[in-house]
Write a protein that binds this ligand. Structure first.
Ligand code: SF4
Ligand code: SF4
Length: 84
């Protein structure tokens, strides 16, 4: 699954530099996650690092529109780094 930043975001800038896939960027009002680049940190860390650094509880959640298996997340990770 990709993750989703909800409207609870206070634009503190903590998560964007921590994402290993450069999946987080400032949107029109709050930070947003590019679902095509978010692997839930599979390939890098044991847990989503953006969730760990976010100071506001439950701001970054699983995106119900982008549910993927762990295997699919691995495939996404491999594609990200083969293409670049
Ligand atoms: Fe980036 Fe990992 Fe957060 Fe996805 S879960 S946006 S890959 S830090
Ligand atoms: Fe928003 Fe949390 Fe990212 Fe800060 S760390 S910019 S509050 S999502």
């Amino acid at each position: 699954m990709a993750l989703l930043i909800t409207k609870k975001c206070i634009n503190c800038d903590m998560c964007e530099p921590e994402c290993p896939n450069q999946a987080i960027a400032m949107g029109s009002e709050i930070y947003e996650i590019d679902a095509t680049r978010c692997t839930e940190c599979v390939g890098h860390y044991d847990a989503p690092t953006c969730q760990q650094v976010c100071p506001i509880d439950k701001t970054i959640i699983i995106d119900p529109q982008h549910t993927e298996s762990r295997e699919q997340l691995w495939d996404k990770y491999v594609e990200l780094y083969l293409v670049e």
